[in-house]
Write a protein that binds this ligand. Structure first.
Ligand code: NAD
Length: 493
């Protein structure tokens, strides 16, 4: 990076982006952003009030008509320029994410590459929004369908992937011709602030993207969701907050996309390539310090290979280096805040009290940051409380199974249905298992499957709607059907 950390932080706008300007909060309020590796305050930002939230919606609505009429190619080229600028600023974005969220810098670089792909992908999708043309079966009408922008959107993002969760929503909304208000997570607003400035630098017209960070999420989202002009809310976060937002969305019959919590099973069959399974486990568990909705949460391992899998996985985890993610040698950063570390510790302590054995880890880390040791637990059962909870930390509970039927039953024994993973070398087993698993995503012999070109999303209480892929842009459009009297309608009577 060509600038120092102090110079980088000075480049990040600290105001609210409303229309064409970064402004102070209407009541002058602010909130602080902390580095979870050190506990230091790294920035103070304007904290949006309800009045600011409505001002942001006003700014968005003022340009919706013009923006919807912008040629798709123009929107595509703005996204493409955004992609190129984010790539040029990659090291700055990576450093910001490590500073505000804690992930190791190598992983933060990985997120910049992944998150930026949504800008490139949707720049390509913007010009491929097709409709249909045909005749009704009995011949009375010609029918045309077209996709229109759904209208002003509220986008609410979590703290765990500060760039990718924003680009995954902002890029398809821009591509479809929608205007938006983005509300980043309180713990990690800096990346979104800098991303929004980057999109302005890329030529995004003022008002299309507005950003209201703040200390009270509901003070921002409630007035926007109660406003008749809003058409859609896209939310990524926990299931309880998603449920609250869905209830609120019902009052205005808003379109919704909900990317909620997960409880991913990671199935290892006795015919698996164990080297691949260990590599996959490292990716599926340790990526983002386990703070991912796709994180493997329950390792379901066939009895005959469970001892070897547990031993080798524990050994790999012992080799990890805990510390400040800005240090290139560190592979496991801190959890995002003290509450997150304490909740992981409580889950592990609870599992141990219920009879689980700690193979490695099992304790909070030392020092000022919110560290928790990478941990493997054996002797966990479907009755253990940790089996039902989203852990959101570097903890791997191992549960054994006898046969395929039991593995599938255990895997599906959850209210969640986001990610799942299967390790086997038997192709027919892949099809049998994928047919029966109730999850929106399945990785086969791999622990990392997220990709801008693929539809990401869950079933059951993990949510609804898809982000990425060709499906991602459709979430920001509504279909209009036009029926035209068929010129031969009379002859066909
Ligand atoms: P969270 O639900 O606490 O917060 C998510 C966002 O919602 C934040 O911006 C927060 O400020 C806002 N928020 C909180 N309460 C709100 C309210 N009452 N009204 C409006 N907005 C509100 O979740 P989190 O702790 O930031 O993120 C972790 C959760 O997100 C995990 O459950 C994880 O599985 C989930 N997640 C899901 C996906 C996915 O794609 N399915 C991706 C990443 C994270």
């Amino acid at each position: 990076m060509s600038v120092t950390i102090a110079e980088l932080l000075a480049k990040v706008p600290t105001g609210l982006l409303i229309g064409d300007a970064w402004v102070e909060a209407s009541d002058g309020g602010t909130f602080e952003v902390e580095n979870p590796a050190t506990g230091e305050i790294i920035a103070t930002l304007a904290s949006a009030t309800s009045q600011d939230a409505i001002a942001a919606l006003d700014a968005a609505c003022a340009v919706q008509k013009d923006w919807a009429r912008t040629p798709a190619r123009q929107r595509a080229e703005i996204l493409r320029r955004g992609f190129e600028l984010v790539a040029q600023r990659a090291e700055e974005f990576a450093t910001l994410m490590t500073l505000e969220m804690g992930k190791p810098i190598a992983e933060a670089r990985g997120e910049v590459a992944y998150g930026n792909e949504f800008l490139r992908w949707f720049s390509e999708e913007a010009v491929r929004l097709y409709g249909r043309y045909g005749a009704t079966p009995e011949g009375s009408l010609r029918m045309m369908t077209t996709r229109k922008p759904v209208g002003p959107c509220l986008l609410i993002t979590p703290w765990n992937f500060p760039l990718a969760m924003a680009t995954r929503k902002v890029a398809p909304a821009i591509a479809a011709g929608c205007v938006m208000v983005l509300k980043p997570a309180r713990l990690t607003p800096l990346t979104s602030q800098y991303f929004a400035q980057t999109m302005l630098d890329a030529g995004l017209p003022p008002g299309v993207l507005n950003v209201v960070s703040g200390k009270s999420a509901s003070a921002i989202s409630n007035p926007i969701m109660e406003d008749d002009r809003l058409r859609k809310v896209s939310f990524t976060g926990s299931t309880p907050v998603g449920q609250q937002l869905l209830k609120k969305a019902a009052d205005k019959v808003l379109r919704t996309s909900m990317e909620l919590g997960g409880n991913a099973p990671f199935l290892v069959f006795e015919d698996a390539d164990l080297d691949l399974a260990i590599e996959g486990a490292m990716g599926a568990k340790m990526r983002n310090i386990g703070e991912a909705c796709t994180a493997a949460n329950r390792f379901l391992v066939q009895e005959s290979v469970a001892e070897e899998f547990g031993r080798r996985f524990a050994q790999r985890l012992q080799e990890q280096v805990l510390g400040n993610g800005l240090d290139e040698s560190v592979t496991v950063g801190p959890l995002v805040e003290a509450k997150a570390r304490d909740s992981v510790a409580a889950l592990v302590d609870g599992a141990v009290a219920e009879g689980a054995t700690v193979l490695t880890g099992g304790k909070a880390g030392e020092g000022a940051g919110y560290f928790y040791q990478p941990t493997v637990l054996t002797g966990v059962t479907a009755r253990s409380s940790i089996f039902a909870e989203e852990i959101f930390g570097p903890v791997a509970p191992i549960i054994t199974f006898r046969d395929e039927a039991e593995a599938i039953e255990l895997a599906n024994d959850t209210e969640y249905g986001l990610a799942s993973y299967v390790f086997t070398q038997d192709t027919s087993r892949v099809f049998r298992v994928s047919d029966q698993l109730e999850f929106g995503l399945l990785g086969v012999n791999t622990g990392v499957i997220s990709n801008a070109a693929a539809p990401f999303g869950g079933v059951k209480q993990s949510g609804m709607g898809r982000e990425g892929g060709s499906e991602g842009i459709e979430e920001y459009t509504s279909v209009q059907y036009i029926g035209i009297r068929d010129p031969y309608a009379d002859q066909k009577k």
